[in-house]
Design a protein around this ligand. Structure first.
Ligand code: ADP
Ligand code: MG
Length: 670
């Protein structure tokens, strides 16, 4: 049902609703308020607390004055009083106030009190009645669409749309969850604070449950691989140019135990630079010695190329042959199909139908969070007997082992949702000989000094990354990589060799390679370099508009430097002072896990999810920093359902199955 069926929404207004992602009447029902105005309690003026929004009844004690303060900005002022005190009111650009507030008239106001016993733009009404005594929803708005219009749409949508119950009765009873229509009504227009809590709990539970069921389905069932025999790893270790770290030995041993035991489904989670590639290589070596092939999948061509390069050097003396498969590069397909190639490294092109393996035994995904849900699902299907994505993969013999690697240190709560049933190996600490990267948070006034520092770094034989948040000049005013590179090459650093790398760069690999080979001094880039790229000679990372990045993302960027022996530096430019507190975390902390927790705390999971960190949709209502106990319950419920009715095929689970399918559809499309 199109939203234009709702009263008051014509073609023009519908477009504003579209901006909020609201197209159908049903969308409005699940467009949950982001806050509420509590007008249930009426206070006296003396009871108003600065910084708090509240309702109070007062009399207008002065005529409304009017002043034009600058072009397009008008100010209306008055005073109100009750038996306990007086309050100044200010309204911006609100000419209606002049007639609406009558001297001596009594009104009920609602607004936030300022430190200085004043209030800006309160809403008010003549009689207690209307909205007074109620809890009103506050929605995420867009220019031109008032809260009133959104409330009216929500009111009507609730009456018109049929709210379907997705949760089976037994489950609702077990976890004490209210009915769907009741929850919908009370999340928008709660009768009181208690019912709001009841409604919210049910909706958060539902959201987290659906997500977990959907992800579990997309992961596929946990499968057994083909049993490996114990591999002597000494030749592999001997071929390494360095001694593995404790963490690397431990991770390799975990994998060996899994594969020898007959089933490896493992997440290797370790901070940037901790040396996960060696672990992947060790696993590929085990498969090789067991006569099986390995597929190693990376999210970008640059990264796939880099893996191919570094692993070729390592594996050549061991007789293990590597082939690269990307969108453009497919000549190795024959070798992969006939088994001459033992390790296929590539992008998601590895998933395409044209890639068939002779004897695939292990699939490794690097930087797994950067893949979309659809791709992950395909990957899971590669190894399941039911999947036919890989013609030629022997299935009778069993399935492939799976390893996923992630450098985004994900807070535990998120890891539980995202990776569910995977075994986890945590790699902490870095290879020896690293000095922590020195980090500076600076404003515009420091720019000349930083520019001098960039030049000094290059003069000393180092290389520099400069990261900008956007590719092209945009109206948002953020530094653009293109404009920056142009200015750097022609002006700021005109004596230096400057390269440009972003998502739309045609010869990305060539640019990255010339930077890696030392043919460029400065690489101006967007976050495409965030993932895994390794240039030990780069010792300075400059991030423009650092306030636009999440802390975890900044940590990943910073991880691009500090990979060699020389001391490295990271400079975070910020355009707004307000970001200082958040960015200061980067100065203090070097541990990606601590930073991720802090990121989650400061920005909230909405942003954490929204920033493409995990390839998941934003939550509509759940808030993982608050909803831990609901997460726990919903997880238990999801596990029970998966165990008792994995396909959700029982009749009482039909609505649930449909809801999960709808969610996965949305996620796949995003
Ligand atoms: P990440 O975990 O981010 O994928 P990499 O595997 O890219 O980390 O390793 C980062 C750098 O550390 C590489 O240059 C790699 O050669 C080096 N490295 C890895 N393990 C060790 C080790 N045990 N000793 C010294 N250097 C190592
Ligand atoms: Mg890596």
């Amino acid at each position: 049902m199109d939203i234009q069926y709702l009263k008051g929404i014509g073609e023009k207004r519908a477009r504003l609703f579209h901006k909020l992602g609201l197209f159908a009447v049903e969308d409005v029902v699940s467009f949950y308020p982001r806050a509420y105005e509590d007008r249930t309690a009426i206070r006296t003026i003396s009871e108003l607390c600065p910084g708090e929004a509240a309702c109070f009844r007062a009399t207008v004690g002065a005529p409304v004055t009017h002043a034009r303060i600058r072009q397009g900005m008008e100010l209306f002022k008055t005073k109100v009083f009750d038996g306990t005190g007086e309050l100044r009111l200010t309204f911006f650009n609100a000419p209606y106030v002049k007639n609406a507030l009558v001297l001596g008239g009594e009104y009920v106001f609602y607004g936030k009190t300022e430190e200085s016993r004043s209030m800006v733009n309160p809403v008010f009404e003549r009689e207690a009645g209307g909205a007074t005594g109620r809890i009103l929803p506050v929605y995420r708005a867009t220019a031109g669409l008032s809260q009133g219009a959104l409330r009216s749409a929500a009111r009507q949508a609730l009456a018109k749309a049929e709210t379907r119950e997705a949760l089976p009765d037994a489950l609702r009873q077990r976890y004490n969850l209210c009915h769907a229509p009741f929850a919908a009504e009370n999340i928008h227009f709660p009768q009181n604070a208690e019912l709001l809590t009841v409604a919210r709990r049910r909706l958060v539970f539902e959201e987290l449950l659906l997500l977990q069921l959907g992800l579990a389905a997309s992961r596929g069932a946990r499968v057994a691989g083909r049993r490996f025999s114990q591999t002597d790893m000494n030749p592999f270790f001997a071929a390494l140019p360095f001694e593995p770290t404790e963490a690397q030995y431990a991770a390799i041993e975990d994998i060996q135990n899994d594969c020898v035991g007959g089933s490896c489904s493992r997440l290797i989670q370790g901070d940037v630079g901790c040396g996960k590639t060696v672990v992947a290589a060790a696993a590929a070596y085990m498969a090789f010695r067991n006569g099986m092939q390995t597929a190693l999948m990376a999210p970008t061509e640059i990264l796939a190329e880099q893996h191919t390069r570094s692993l070729s050097a390592l594996f050549a003396p061991l007789g293990l042959r590597i082939g690269l498969v990307t969108g453009k590069k497919k000549k190795e397909l024959t070798g992969i199909a006939n088994g001459e190639i033992h390790l296929a490294v590539g992008t998601h092109a590895l998933l395409s139908e044209s890639v068939s393996f002779h004897n695939l035994g292990l699939v490794i995904t690097d930087e797994q969070h950067r893949f979309g849900v659809e791709q992950r699902k395909k990957l899971a299907e590669k190894g399941t007997p039911a999947g036919d994505a890989v013609p030629g993969t022997p299935r009778a013999a069993g399935d492939v082992h799976r390893i996923v690697m992630s450098a985004t240190p994900i807070p535990r709560t998120l890891a539980q949702i995202l990776y569910g049933d995977l075994d986890v190996t945590l790699m902490r600490g870095a290879p020896p000989g690293r000095t922590p990267v020195k980090t500076y948070v600076v404003g515009e006034d420091t720019r000349p000094r930083i520019e001098a520092f960039v030049k000094k770094t290059v003069a000393g034989g180092g290389q520099v990354y400069i990261v900008c948040p956007v590719i092209e000049e945009s109206e948002t005013g953020a530094a653009s990589a293109e404009a920056y590179a142009e200015k750097a090459a022609g002006e700021t650093y005109r004596d230096l060799r400057v390269g440009l790398l972003h998502g739309k760069t045609k010869n990305r690999d060539a640019v990255m390679r010339s930077f890696a080979d030392g043919e460029l001094d400065i690489l101006v880039a967007t976050t495409v370099i965030e993932v895994g790229v390794d240039v030990p000679n780069a010792t300075l990372m400059v991030v423009e508009n650092a306030e636009r990045f999440g802390l975890s993302q900044l940590h990943q960027l910073r991880g691009r430097v500090g990979r060699g022996k020389r001391e490295s530096h990271c400079v975070l430019f910020m355009q707004s002072e307000s970001a200082r507190e958040r960015l200061a975390v980067m100065k203090r902390e070097n541990d990606g896990f601590v930073i991720a927790e802090e990121d989650l705390r400061l920005r909230g999971p909405g942003d954490f999810f929204g920033s493409r960190q995990h390839g998941l949709p934003e939550f509509k209502i759940a808030d993982l920093s608050e909803d831990m106990s609901i997460l726990h319950d919903s997880r238990e419920a999801a596990e029970t359902l998966r165990r008792e009715d994995p396909g959700l095929l029982r009749p009482e689970h039909a609505a649930l199955r449909e809801a999960v399918a709808a969610l996965m559809e949305r996620m796949g499309g995003s």
